[in-house]
Design a protein around this ligand. Structure first.
Ligand code: CA
Length: 338
C-alpha cells in the first residue's frame, strides 16, 4: 500500500520539474544599457534624453566622452561636432582641412553656445533616422560628464533607485596625438564621484585594447572594464589572433566584451551567427560578460520585428544589450512572458 502512495508523489514531483524546465526561459537578468540615453526618442547624449532613459529604469545609462580644448570631459559620440550640432553655422571658419569641426578645437565655453539636434546627414541635410525626434527643433545643449553623473546620482537619490553609468572613452590615440590623456581625466572624474571599483555601478568601455589594458595595469583601475569589438575591424592587435585567443587575451585585463550585434544578425562577411555563438561561449568560459551593441527598434537589419531581434540576443545568451529603445528592451526582457 505504501508503495502505491509513494510512486504517484514521486511521479508528480518529476512531472513538475520537467514542466518547470519547459517554461519559456526569460532572461530577466539581461543588463539593459540605454545607448546614448533614450536616443530612439530624443536627441542622443542630451540631458533630456538621459532623464527620459532614467524614467524607463534601465540598469545603465551610457556616456561617450570626448575632451574639449580646455580638457573638459564632454558627453558626445563623435570626436567632431557637425552631425549633431549647429557648429557649422556658429563657427563656420573653424573646420579642419577635412571639413570636420573637432570637439578638441573648442573650449567648453564655446561648445556651450552650440545647439544640439537629432543626428542628421550633413550632405543631404536629412535626419539619419527619419521617424525619430525632428532635427533642429526645441532646445538641446551639450553637457559635461560631471553634469550627467550629477543628474543620474541626483535621480538615484530622489527616486530611490540605483541606475549605473556606462562610460566610453572615445579615441584615446587621437587625444594623445592632441597632447591629452583622456583616460587619466575620465578616471579622475569617476573617482571624484565615487566610481572606483567593480562594486560602484559603473562600467568603463573602450575600443582601444592597448588603452584598456593600460587603464587596468598602469592606472590600476579596479572598475568593470569592457573591451568593445567590431570583428575584423577592431584593434590591430586582435588581427593576428583567432577569436579564442583574442578572448583569452582580453580576459587578462577586462571583465567583459562589447561586440557589434549586427554582424551576427546580418551575417556580415567578417562574422556569421555561428561565429558569434562561439565568441559568446569563449567569453563565458573566460568569465567575461557579453554586452552587445546596438539594438534599435527602427533599424532591424532585415528582421521583421524588434522582438525577433531581442529573441536572437536572448538565444545567444548575451548578458546585456545596448539599446536606443530601452523601454522596449525592458518590456521584452523584464516584464512580459513570451
Ligand atoms: Ca558608445
Amino acid at each position: 500500500m505504501k508503495l502505491s502512495i509513494r510512486i504517484p508523489v514521486v511521479y508528480f514531483v518529476i512531472l513538475y520539474v520537467l514542466l518547470s524546465c519547459k517554461q519559456p526561459t526569460q532572461n530577466k537578468n539581461m543588463v539593459i544599457i540605454a545607448h546614448r540615453g533614450a536616443s530612439g526618442y530624443l536627441p542622443e547624449h542630451t540631458l533630456p534624453a538621459k532623464a527620459l532613459a532614467y524614467g524607463m529604469f534601465p540598469d545603465f545609462i551610457e556616456q561617450d566622452v570626448v575632451l574639449s580644448k580646455d580638457n573638459v570631459a564632454v558627453v558626445i559620440h563623435d570626436i567632431h561636432l557637425e552631425t549633431t550640432t549647429n557648429v557649422a553655422n556658429v563657427y563656420p571658419d573653424r573646420a579642419r582641412k577635412d571639413g570636420k569641426f573637432y570637439v578638441v578645437d573648442f573650449t567648453w565655453e564655446e561648445l556651450s553656445t552650440l545647439n544640439v539636434s537629432e543626428r542628421f546627414n550633413i550632405k543631404t541635410k536629412q535626419a539619419v533616422y527619419k521617424d525619430r525626434f525632428p532635427i533642429h527643433t526645441s532646445h538641446f545643449k551639450l553637457h559635461t560628464l560631471a553634469d550627467e553623473i550629477e543628474l543620474i546620482q541626483g535621480l538615484n537619490k530622489s527616486m530611490h533607485k540605483n541606475v549605473g553609468i556606462y562610460v566610453e572613452i572615445k579615441e584615446p590615440q587621437f587625444h594623445r596625438n592632441e597632447g591629452k590623456d583622456i583616460s587619466e581625466i575620465v578616471l579622475t572624474i569617476l573617482a571624484d564621484y565615487g566610481y572606483i571599483s567593480v562594486k560602484d555601478n559603473c562600467m568603463l568601455q573602450c575600443f582601444d585594447a592597448v588603452e584598456l589594458q593600460r587603464i587596468r595595469e598602469e592606472y590600476k583601475s579596479d572598475l568593470f572594464l569592457v573591451q568593445l569589438l567590431e570583428m575584423g575591424y577592431s584593434d590591430a592587435i586582435f588581427k593576428a589572433m583567432i577569436p579564442e585567443e583574442m578572448v583569452a587575451h582580453i580576459a587578462k585585463y577586462a571583465n567583459g566584451i562589447g561586440p557589434w550585434y549586427k554582424q551576427m544578425i546580418e551575417g556580415d562577411d567578417k562574422m556569421n551567427i555561428k561565429d558569434f555563438e562561439n565568441l559568446v561561449s569563449y567569453a563565458h568560459q573566460q568569465n567575461l560578460k557579453v554586452h552587445a551593441f546596438t539594438f534599435r527598434a527602427d533599424d532591424l537589419g532585415g528582421k521583421t520585428s524588434f522582438k525577433e531581434v531581442l529573441k536572437i540576443a536572448e538565444n545567444l545568451k548575451l548578458d546585456g544589450v545596448f539599446t536606443d529603445h530601452p523601454d522596449q528592451a525592458i518590456t521584452y526582457f523584464k516584464k512580459k512572458n513570451h
